[in-house]
Unconditional design. Structure first.
Length: 270
């Protein structure tokens, strides 16, 4: 029997491309500017141009990126791009205009030398198994955060769910949300068919039945940022990693799926 083989993110993007369920880009935010106040008191200014580009300025640091903007629910937008200032970084923003809230995801892929540190050595050095980094911050839009205000926040509502995600006619995956730090995935159909793993993840509640799910893979360095709407049975987001094994370029591609909750397990010790 042939053993399934892990592939680079560029090859994964090629597999997801035909007849997929990604959302169309929207231009509802074109030309607008927002002040993003995070829960530490820092303020960033986000400007969206008329030409699918963003500028984010915080203090004396300014990031520029081509971006994709989508809306899974009314007044809720996912903005995603790769900052030009850092060839291994990713920037994603959820703007929840209905509630005046935002969440920011700053991702960082490892360089080649860091990627090649084997798992045993990472454990021995007290490092996380994945070298992919994700920093998630929350805050308010166009006003300071009030003391005790309820922002987007980590959640355990997905834990125990076993969900099916169909990205296209050829690509289908299963997720099992194990605990607050890890989830299991397997490819049921597609270019990764037969592959499975357990990876680091983060869950954020945005609204009723609407979640931000972020994962960091350890074997092939990969960052995923996806909104999961269980009310609509739909997801939207992106996957980013290296185009190929030479670490010379990134592949940052949109993903969207039809989502189905297969079952939910509640452990007596949980």
């Amino acid at each position: 029997m042939d053993q399934p083989v892990f592939i680079q993110v560029g090859a994964l993007a090629d597999g997801f491309a035909p007849a997929n369920h990604t959302l169309p880009a929207c231009n509802e935010l074109a030309g607008r500017q927002f002040q993003l106040h995070d829960d530490t008191g820092r303020v960033a200014v986000l400007t969206l141009s008329q030409h699918d580009a963003l500028q984010l300025t915080q203090g004396d640091v300014t990031l520029h990126a081509r971006c994709r903007v989508t809306s899974l629910r009314p007044q809720c937008y996912l903005i995603d791009g790769l900052p030009q200032e850092n060839s291994r970084s990713s920037l994603s923003l959820v703007l929840d205009l209905a509630h005046g809230l935002f969440t920011r995801i700053d991702g960082q892929l490892p360089d080649e030398a860091t990627t090649r540190i084997d798992p045993f050595r990472r454990v021995a050095q007290g490092l996380p198994l994945t070298a992919v980094e994700a920093v998630i911050t929350h805050g308010t839009i166009d006003r300071p955060v009030q003391a005790g205000e309820r922002l987007h926040h980590p959640t355990d509502e997905l834990i125990g769910m076993r969900n099916l995600y169909r990205y296209s006619q050829t690509e289908c995956y299963e997720h099992i949300y194990l605990n607050s730090h890890f989830y299991a995935w397997q490819c049921l159909q597609g270019v990764e068919q037969g592959l499975a793993d357990v990876d680091r993840c983060y869950y954020v509640k945005l609204a009723d039945a609407l979640y931000l799910f972020v994962w960091c893979e350890k074997i092939v360095p990969t960052l995923g940022v996806v909104l999961i709407d269980l009310a609509q049975g739909k997801t939207d987001g992106k996957i980013v990693g290296y185009q190929s094994g030479d670490f010379s370029a990134l592949s940052n591609f949109a993903v969207g799926a039809q989502a189905q909750v297969l079952n939910t397990t509640r452990h007596p010790l949980a």
